[in-house]
Design a protein around this ligand. Structure first.
Ligand SMILES: *[C@@H]1O[C@H](CO)[C@@H](O)[C@H](O)[C@H]1NC(C)=O
Ligand SMILES: *[C@@H]1O[C@H](CO)[C@@H](O)[C@H](O)[C@H]1NC(C)=O
Ligand SMILES: *[C@@H]1O[C@H](CO)[C@@H](O)[C@H](O)[C@H]1NC(C)=O
Ligand SMILES: *[C@@H]1O[C@H](CO)[C@@H](O)[C@H](O)[C@H]1NC(C)=O
Length: 433
């Protein structure tokens, strides 16, 4: 990290540090004149967040719409690469002049997303993301998806400096922003509509969170992703979006809704698989993802922990597997949960119950060690990649967390609440659309 830090200084990249006489300043976080040569290149650019706490109060895109398809800002505990610029797409091109690596090597969170033709995200008054110092965000990483690279090759040979202007201050803000992630594993059988569901009891006795924006993420099969707060058996929509729309942060459905102890957070991804083959959750574009990011603020400095609600997803876990069925009150699920916004049709799931059909290892007989479902296989694949960077005890703990049976696990009610662990950080690392 030190080497990286020094490298940044030597390269003349500015490091955060406000002039003392000013309380806010603008920081231009732009690609350093990059030259992607292949269509659909994802480039990452990292910068050290510094030793002091820094508060980001606004984001403003500076993008060339003709070339930048989307821009994501990540906070990493450790960046995927120590280079200034690296290739962070899953189809990393071997002939690229940039190294290939994940967005973050460790501890990843998404702070901002921009896509052309999508509304810009505004943080509410007095709300800021806190980065740098001891926050766990040691590096900020800008990811730009270059879809059309025709201007970067001959004869133009142009370069690009798309990025973000961050409004920052060293002055602590009254409200801190965080992101809660709802995510599932699972598998979508061929020629079917399937629901991937997660639900978690609100994990903190003292906090109250104010969700203000949300982002959905799926690959090709996602049709609608919906999120809810269940309070006193009543379901209230937090957000519902078609993941084929720009995968941005959108305003929540009800701006004044809060979530606190006793509430349940629930999400569903309605997936349509028109292929003949099953598609499972995994990191590549040929796999699927079911992610709902809920951006919230708290009054004060303490964020929600754990910050992830994870379930195994279909066909192993559905809302009907949430332990407190009275509290979750499935009779109260809104009729629009599987309706694409702007549409009227309910996308009914085509497999109505857990069955043996198409799912080796599931059904009436017990799950044994050798019965690998798609989920297990996907986990294995991810683990293989992820463990190479970890300490042995870290691996042991995370494997236990990821593979332990859903039900009856101490400390959870229904969906697993994990820290932003290997699974999600690994997924974030590949997170793109
Ligand atoms: C890429 O952009 C150029 C202009 O910069 C345009 O002429 C070309 O048609 C675009 N290609 C695609 C595939 O959109
Ligand atoms: C563009 O780059 C190529 C290869 O690096 C080089 O041969 C060519 O002269 C460059 N063209 C211009 C206009 O700079
Ligand atoms: C989102 O909400 C904010 C604050 O309530 C508002 O100013 C903004 O216009 C909204 N954006 C969209 C796209 O509705
Ligand atoms: C939300 O709360 C604010 C401030 O209390 C109030 O002005 C506004 O009307 C409320 N909005 C809704 C939709 O209830």
């Amino acid at each position: 990290m030190l080497v990286y830090f020094m490298a940044m200084v030597l390269m003349g990249v500015s490091v955060f540090g406000a002039p003392k006489e000013r309380t806010t300043f603008s920081f231009q976080f732009l690609m350093p004149d990059v030259q992607p040569k292949k269509p659909d290149t994802y480039l990452c650019h990292g910068i050290d967040a510094g030793e002091e706490d820094v508060f980001i109060t606004a984001f403003s895109p500076r993008a060339n719409k003709d070339v930048a398809h989307h821009i994501l800002l990540y906070g990493c505990e450790e960046p995927g690469s120590t280079s200034s610029v690296w290739n962070c797409g899953e189809m990393a091109k071997s002939d690229s002049k940039y190294d290939s690596a994940n967005v973050c090597a460790r501890g990843s969170q998404i702070l901002y997303a921009w896509a052309m033709d999508a509304p810009n995200l505004h943080l509410p008054k007095d709300v800021a993301f806190k980065v740098g110092g001891n926050t766990g965000v040691k590096t900020l990483v800008l990811q730009v998806h270059y879809k059309n690279v025709s201007s970067f090759v001959e004869p133009e040979n142009a370069t690009d400096a798309s990025g973000l202007i961050l409004t920052t201050t060293e002055q602590p803000q009254k409200r801190r922003a965080g992101v809660y992630l709802m995510v599932t594993g699972g598998e979508i059988p061929g020629k079917s509509i399937e629901y991937l569901e997660a639900a978690c009891a609100f994990p903190d006795a003292e906090l109250e969170i104010h969700p203000f924006a949300y982002r959905t993420h799926a690959h090709k099969l996602g049709r609608v992703i919906s999120g809810y707060r269940v309070r006193d058996q009543h379901w209230e929509e937090i957000g519902r979006q078609d993941p084929r729309k720009p995968q941005m942060f959108y305003n929540v459905t009800s701006p004044n809704l809060t979530v606190r102890q006793g509430d349940i957070l629930a999400s569903r991804c309605t997936m349509e698989n028109n292929y003949d083959h099953n598609v499972r959750i995994g990191p590549t574009q040929n796999d699927e993802m079911c992610n709902l990011y809920i951006m919230y603020y708290v009054d004060g400095d303490r964020l929600l922990e754990p910050n992830t609600c994870y379930t195994q997803g279909a066909p192993r876990w559905y809302w009907e597997d949430f332990p407190d069925q009275q509290a979750i009150n499935l009779a109260g699920v809104p009729a629009t949960v599987s309706v694409v916004p702007g549409d009227k049709m309910v996308m009914e799931k085509t497999i109505s119950e857990k069955s043996d059909d198409g799912f080796p290892g599931l059904g009436s007989h017990d799950l044994g060690q050798n019965d690998k479902t798609g989920y297990d296989a996907a986990v294995d694949d991810l683990l293989d990649e992820a463990v190479s960077n970890m300490e042995p005890d870290e691996v042991e703990q995370l494997v236990a967390e990821a593979l332990s049976p859903q039900r009856g696990h101490p400390g959870t009610t229904g969906g697993r609440q994990t820290r932003l662990g290997w699974l999600t950080s690994h997924m974030y690392g590949h997170n793109r659309y």
